[in-house]
Design a protein around this ligand. Structure first.
Ligand code: ADP
Length: 494
């Protein structure tokens, strides 16, 4: 990594950010702004437009016009592909600049941010660009004298509300297939991670995406996000974030135009280690990364560790050693293993869970405290809490911070009962050398993604989505197109 470039970029002032509506940058309709703070040291980074309901409505109107006049939805697929591929190239060419800007705003360690943010976004956009002209309709097996055609058409105006942990990666998981399908989009970034999404939306214009096809409105969720959810002119709403917000979005859809709502709502993912795991050292190391990368702010984080009792103590010790050895600090230092939490509120929330566990008499094996407070940044020591009981809040609720809850088990059935015993169903992992057990566990675990003898690291070719209260619908893979394409039947008498 180019250290002098990183140093230069981190010292560059960030100009005030505006919305991007109908191809033009514009302030909030009432001129309102909000401060973007850097979690690296708590300093003010720049201001964002504090969007209004009028701004959200203007963006939806622009997206609607762009969709209805066919400037994008009506282009030849090969032309859409050419523009999206050019967009991916522009993002990739500016990867380090984008990564540093993103890290200054959200605190993710740079080595991970570079890969997981701009480079992953470029790869995602390319994947869907390359796929878009391979989508075909169907001819149904209808009786003689009839012809049944099944068309797949772009669904219309998509509103995408995304979170702050991986804005470009998650943003591209929505934007890639939505735009490739021919939809127009209004994107609402999180309050604390908007700058890189605005930047790539500008690059989309440079790549030739017609104005109005991709609009970005910044501001507060309960104002801008809520206006998009209540809009009568949004056809599809896609969301990644908390369950509490997901419920509000469903309610708003029901009260407005019954828009389709797809939710990715996080998890409390069980990481299950059997004594017969092929390599317990590797399991400890990968499991530590599975919870502590990006300071635990990962939807699929393996935040519950279930360990077979016979290896429990030794395994927890190994894992805690990895946690304690993780270098936490300045996220723009490429040697950093875990950066800052995204906001002061997220730090307070994470510490609150640990305080509660401590008060309940649970064992803090390592970590548990804020660190590097003198920097003004939001850092927390990777934390392992043992003897966590299934009913503890720490075992049931998503922390979204560097806190691992550990519970022992004795049998496969008990592991399944513990693993499936929360409201969530996003990810899980099983570590075992027994092939039969591995497949049994994959079938019995109620989760959208089950890892075997690894954690994290899947790629774009496979879908990601939750069951139970982790949500519905899928990002990634060709299945993601299902959200953005409508089926239309033509029944023809011959
Ligand atoms: P997280 O815990 O990940 O911050 P949130 O659900 O609060 O989860 O935020 C995810 C996204 O949802 C952000 O872009 C945020 O602005 C937006 N959001 C928050 N509250 C609402 C709401 N009431 N209506 C619509 N969007 C919202």
């Amino acid at each position: 990594m180019d250290l002098s470039r990183i140093a230069a970029l981190r010292a560059t002032p960030v100009p005030p950010a505006l919305h991007l509506i109908d191809g033009a940058s514009c302030p909030a309709s009432d001129g309102g702004t909000m401060t973007a703070r850097s979690p690296i040291d708590g300093s003010a980074l720049t201001t964002l437009a504090r969007g209004t309901v009028a701004d959200a409505d203007a963006a939806v109107a622009a997206a609607r016009r762009a969709f209805d006049d066919g400037r994008w939805s009506g282009l030849a697929p090969a032309e859409r592909k050419r523009i999206l591929l050019r967009w991916a190239d522009l993002i990739e060419a500016r990867a380090l600049d984008l990564a540093v800007l993103g890290v200054r705003e959200n605190g993710t360690e740079i080595a991970m941010a570079l890969k997981a943010e701009p480079l992953s976004a470029a790869a995602t956009i390319r994947y869907y660009a390359e796929a878009l002209d391979k989508i075909t309709g169907e001819i149904a097996a209808t009786p003689p004298g009839t012809l049944g055609l099944v068309h797949r058409e772009p669904a219309g105006v998509v509103a995408a509300i995304v979170p702050w942990n991986f804005p470009l990666m998650i943003g591209a998981w929505k934007l890639g297939p939505a735009l490739a399908a021919g939809c127009s989009v209004v994107l609402k970034p999180a309050e604390t991670a908007a700058l890189t999404l605005l930047r790539i939306a500008e690059l989309a214009l440079e790549a030739g995406l017609p104005p109005g096809v991709l609009n970005v409105v910044t501001g507060e969720g309960p104002v801008v996000g809520a206006a998009l959810a209540a809009s009568m002119d949004v056809d599809v709403l896609v969301f990644t974030g908390s369950g509490a917000t997901g419920r509000k979005l469903l309610e708003a859809a029901a009260r407005s135009n019954l828009k389709r709502v797809y939710l990715e709502l996080g998890g409390k993912s069980p990481n299950i280690v059997f004594a017969d795991a092929p390599d317990l050292d590797e399991a400890a190391q990968v499991s530590a990364a599975g919870i502590f990368r990006n300071a635990g702010q990962v939807c699929i984080a393996g935040s519950r560790l279930l360990v077979e009792r016979s290896v429990h103590d030794a395994f927890v010790e190994k894992l805690a050693a990895h946690a304690a050895a993780l270098r936490v600090g300045d996220p723009l230092d490429p040697a950093t293993g875990a950066g800052a939490l995204n906001s002061e509120a997220q730090l307070a929330r994470s510490l609150g869970f640990v305080d509660e566990a401590r008060a309940q008499g649970r064992r803090i094996v390592t970590g548990g405290d804020r660190i590097l407070a003198e920097t003004g940044g939001y850092y927390m020591a990777p934390t392992v809490v043992a003897d966590v009981r299934p009913d503890d809040r720490l075992a049931r609720e998503e922390v979204f911070g560097p806190v691992l809850a550990v519970t022992p088990f004795d049998t496969e059935d008990e592991a399944i009962a513990l693993a499936n015993g929360t409201d969530y169903g996003l990810a899980a992992a099983v570590w075992t050398g027994n092939l039969g057990r591995a497949h049994r566990m994959v079938r019995r675990l109620r989760a959208g993604l089950v890892h075997v003898n690894t954690y994290g690291g899947s790629d774009l070719t496979v879908p990601l989505g939750g069951v139970k209260q982790s949500g519905n619908g899928h990002d990634k893979s060709l299945h993601a197109f299902d959200k953005y394409l409508d089926l239309k039947t033509a029944w023809i008498k011959l």
